[in-house]
Design a binder for this molecule. Sequence first.
Ligand SMILES: Cc1ncc(COP(=O)(O)O)c(C=O)c1O
Length: 444
Amino acid sequence: MTKIKLTKTTFDLIARDKKIMFTTTREHYPFVAAKGSGDYAWDVEGNKFLDFSSFISVYNFGVNGSAAVRKAAKDQIDKLMHAAFLDYHAELPVRFAENLLTMFPKGFGRVFLSNSGTEANEDAIKLARLFTKRSYLVGFTNAFHGRSLGSLGLTATKLVHREHYGPFPNTIHSLYPNFYRDQFHASDPDEHALACIDHLEKVIMAKEYSPKEIAAIFVEPIQGEGGYIVPPRIFMKELRRIADENNIILVSDEVQAGYMRTGKFLAMDNFGVTADIYTMAKAIGGGLPMGATIAKRSFGDTPSGSHAGTFGGNLVAVAAASATLDYIKKNKTGIESMVKRKNRIMMKRLNELRDNYEIVGDVRGLGMMLAIELVKDKRTKEHAIEERTKIVEDSFYNGLLLLPAGTSAIRIIPPITISEKALEEGFDILEGSVKKVNAEKVER
Ligand SMILES: Cc1ncc(COP(=O)(O)O)c(C=O)c1O
């Protein structure tokens, strides 16, 4: 276990940043990134960190991507970086989109390329409205779909995201199941999820908003920023049914959960449901900015000029994305079994944390998209927010990069390619921090 040492170099850089950059979400710990490779990242002082964050779910296949991804991007830089792909034509983005569509169920045939997750969702919002000529959008409590004004309307994770930014486009928030914090006193997760569905159908759609005016339902197969919450299969099946019965478009936001993170290319496949539109970003660009909106062929086309942008389909991003996709296609079965194997190792360690420490209330997730939720008391389940911060910080000073999620959860999302040895080392650090903070709590 390496003890991290920070000097004036780090704090001076952070002071310069704070003086002129708008504050975003960098309140966690003083990490100033310098380089990365495989399972590790280094800061400007040469401190080495094990990465359990994938830099917010981007480096699914190793920090700074593979040599093949870097080479593809470098080679493309020497040829042509920007081709104004949404105005002119270029072959590489078309080939990438053709390749991407082979990963989707039959019937998917339209792709729009953009630069981020929020843009991918904006595109889906516009497509759903254009196609249905309806205006309302259903999102869920605790959802995160981005921070531009359309997707922010669907986002409902934290007040600070939304405060003073409205009004938003016509968005409605329906209940997302979270059996750990069940408000219905249901006997099992399915009953809980069905109560959420009942509220959507029997209250929202029966008394407040006509289904005839609802264009789309936007759902994260697993809520990411909201705290890594996994709904039961029946929830997605019911959303599919409601969408079908009312000609509503079902959109699966795969930005955080997709791209093999759960062991499947599409996280929605874990629920045996096919959406009408999928949105992707983060890991798709292999470290470069990219978003993609993938729709069924039956949507037809959009009128020229109705939706575009300057940088969508940027050739360097597409080159990196193509190399990432090639890797996935060549190794899909291997990646699937790797995620299963590592999930077993990770769940064993997480279950031990829950069994041994009072502050670990819940452990959850799918594949290698896992989290722990910290509580002050296992019975009352009061969120342990300060304790979460302490654990994340203590782990940082012991050389482990972690990110919070939701009100008091910590996400555990190392690169899928992490070595099993490094995985165990990371859990040793995490457990050390949990143990320390748990003991402080007991002493108080
Ligand atoms: C599920 C989901 N959708 C959309 C977004 C927004 O993506 P971006 O930050 O690239 O705009 C995120 C980002 O965390 C996300 O987790």
